[in-house]
Design a binder for this molecule. Structure first.
Ligand SMILES: NC(=O)c1ccc[n+]([C@@H]2O[C@H](COP(=O)([O-])OP(=O)(O)OC[C@H]3O[C@@H](n4cnc5c(N)ncnc54)[C@H](OP(=O)(O)O)[C@@H]3O)[C@@H](O)[C@H]2O)c1
Length: 317
């Protein structure tokens, strides 16, 4: 298929590398509002547009990858679907449940494929770790933790997207959605109770967030995210026969099964820069005429957005 990119920033470059590694998938065109001239020089074999509208009017494009800042995802996705394109949209797909509902409605009425780029769910090591837990390898699971904190100096400026409220800045939108997703894989999307606390930035967004969940039935979880400091960046899932530790769980290429003093390391590297697996899912679903992926469905996107919304509403009440 011919792919068109809407927005061409940092993540688009890494995604491009993965796309080029998947047979039959072609990076056909890029649209960048800020950088079209330089991109055309850098990528002479690719069509480069300086507006998203002109890329969407190109009939040769089958599927669009959206990697603008979160605040634009909804409008960009709806425009692409209305232009008759399938869409893979970066996480978080929307910044409210209302946005996700609108995007879903347009996807369903257009009959085109739409998926949130929650690439973690498609990684071989991540899938294997979750299957290992579900198979009962570490016994009954009642507790899990996941932490994703990082600091990227150049993105913390006033204009940078991470702390800028106009660009939907904040830790929960940017990194928190990964811990929420791993916890959903264990205990579902609907906690009975939660307590959330944040360190707020001077710009008024959550620069660090910590949430304790109670899913009922003795299932507890603790997650955190930060865009101002690095954390150990690992997820741990605790059972009564041992625990699974997943370093860098959102880009997992291995995990450990720990039982007493015994540690078994399972290594399952991802292909290319890691995004090849979600790309293969998009290709496979579209090939089968599916309008969404069962592995990260539009309902998953809705549940995730609803949970984010509930958490943020307790912090910014
Ligand atoms: N899946 C992953 O591993 C992963 C990793 C990082 C980020 N992401 C997601 O990908 C998206 C983009 O992240 P990124 O790090 O690539 O961001 P970025 O490099 O800061 O920006 C991406 C694009 O967004 C547009 N943009 C940026 N700032 C803007 C502004 N002030 N006004 C208007 N447009 C602006 C630009 O589009 P133009 O090119 O058109 O100017 C830019 O190229 C985010 O939603 C993020 O959550 C995903």
């Amino acid at each position: 298929m011919n792919w068109g990119f809407i927005g061409f920033g940092r993540i688009a470059r890494k995604f491009l590398e993965s796309l080029e590694s998947v047979d039959g998938e072609i990076p056909y065109a890029f649209a960048s509002r800020s950088n079209a001239v330089a991109l055309q020089e850098e990528f002479p074999g690719v069509k480069v547009y300086d507006s998203y509208e002109s890329l969407l009017a190109d009939d040769n494009i089958d599927v669009v990858y959206i990697s603008t800042t979160h605040n634009f995802h909804c409008d960009n996705t709806i425009a692409a679907l209305k232009a008759g394109k399938h869409v893979l949209c970066e996480k978080p797909m929307g910044i409210s449940s209302q946005e996700i509902a609108k995007m879903t409605e347009v996807a369903k009425s257009s009959g085109k494929f739409l998926m949130e780029a929650m690439w973690m769910r498609f990684l071989p090591a991540y899938k294997s770790a979750i299957n290992c837990v579900k198979s009962g390898e570490i016994g009954k699971v009642n507790y899990a933790t996941a932490s994703f904190g990082f600091r990227s100096e150049d993105k913390l400026t006033k204009e940078g997207r991470l702390l800028n409220p106009e660009l939907a800045g904040g830790a929960l939108y940017d990194v928190g959605v990964y811990p929420l997703t791993i916890i959903s894989d264990l205990f579902g999307w609907k906690p009975q109770h939660f307590a959330a606390h944040a360190i707020k930035s001077e710009t008024g967004v959550d620069e660090t967030i910590q949430i304790q969940f109670d899913f009922g039935n003795n299932k507890l979880a603790q997650v955190m995210g930060s865009v101002t400091f690095h954390t150990n960046k690992e997820a741990c899932i605790y059972g009564d026969k041992g625990f699974v530790r997943m370093p860098m769980f959102w880009k997992a290429d291995s995990y450990e099964i720990v039982k007493g003093d015994d540690i078994t390391v399972v290594e399952l590297p991802y292909k290319s820069t890691g995004y090849a697996h979600e790309i293969e899912e998009v290709v496979s679903c579209i090939g089968q005429g599916k309008v969404e992926s069962p592995l990260f469905s539009l309902n998953d996107s809705l549940m995730s957005a609803q949970l984010v919304e509930e958490i943020l509403s307790t912090i910014f009440k």
